[in-house]
Ligand binder design. Structure first.
Ligand code: HPA
Length: 272
């Protein structure tokens, strides 16, 4: 089936369950899902019910789309995302962004848990993504371009909106929240990086490394959505501290900063 017809089918299904029209989307990374539970008058739709969404088997991930109100806006939240390392194609990983665009969103907040490469950062810091480096050698726009969806050769000089970044930075300052700025490197995973790879990534100019966000941000840009990325630096990247890294640490840190993250995002949405 043609991609635009697939997007339309998913949108028609979602609209049959919900008559609110979202203007802001948010993709919630590891441990940050609780934001979706703060939406009011919310309806929840399991990914498994939505036509053409990838089938998700992940245990412990809600994998649901939640549409509801917060700070006077209607928001569509993705509680759980599809990752490249799970074996999904980048079309599958980014399909929900196309769907959110057709649902009516104008702005997208992409969040993630990631490792700090910049040694001035510490676990638990939040980071506004200023730019990214794609280390995977793949790109979600590879293949024939659909001109109905966007241009062939996309300008990516400002993937993460300066205007929205300014708003989020202002909110953080006003609320006394430490907010780092930095470049996010996209690592395919599912292995974490070796210490040598982390040194390479730092040399290349990145401040943080993670396994998501970039494909969704590229498609959001292609779709003309104003986008920002907020990372939760859950750990120092491998080799910086003389200790092994595990998923428990990632989840534990995200859990610890969840409250601050919720406040920052909610107040930013109020001002978007
Ligand atoms: N590297 C890659 N992805 C991650 C990390 C990391 O250190 N922490 C959380 N997600």
């Amino acid at each position: 089936m043609h991609i635009t017809a697939e997007i339309q089918e998913a949108v028609t299904f979602i609209q049959s369950k919900c008559d609110q029209k979202p203007t802001i989307g948010i993709i919630l990374g590891s441990g940050l899902g609780p934001f979706a539970d703060t939406l009011e008058n919310a309806i929840r739709i399991s990914y498994n019910e939505i036509p053409h969404f990838a089938r998700s088997e992940a245990v412990g991930h809600a994998n649901e789309l939640v549409i509801g109100e917060i700070a006077g806006k209607v928001v569509v939240a993705m509680k759980g995302r599809f990752h490249y390392y799970e074996g999904y194609s980048l079309d599958q990983v980014t399909f929900p962004v196309r769907v959110m665009k057709m649902l009516g969103i104008e702005k997208l907040i992409i969040t993630n848990a990631c490792g700090a490469v910049n040694t001035n950062f510490k676990p638990g810091d939040l980071m506004l993504i200023t730019d990214h480096i794609n280390l995977t050698g793949n790109n979600p726009l590879m293949g024939p371009n659909n001109a109905e969806l966007g241009v062939r050769f996309l300008d990516v000089s400002e993937v993460y909106s300066k205007k929205l970044r300014g708003i989020v930075a202002g909110v953080a300052e006003k609320m006394g929240i430490t907010l780092q700025n930095g470049v996010y490197a996209w690592w395919s995973g599912p292995t974490y990086e070796t210490p040598a790879e982390v040194r390479m990534i730092r040399t290349l100019g990145a401040d943080a490394v993670g396994m998501s966000t970039v494909p969704e941000a590229i498609i959001a840009r292609h779709s003309g959505i104003e986008t920002i990325g907020i990372s939760c630096l859950t750990n120092m990247a491998c080799g910086i501290l003389d200790q092994p890294l595990g998923h428990e640490e990632v989840i534990e840190t995200a859990e610890r900063v969840k409250g601050t993250f919720l406040k920052l995002v909610t107040e930013s949405i109020a001002q978007f």
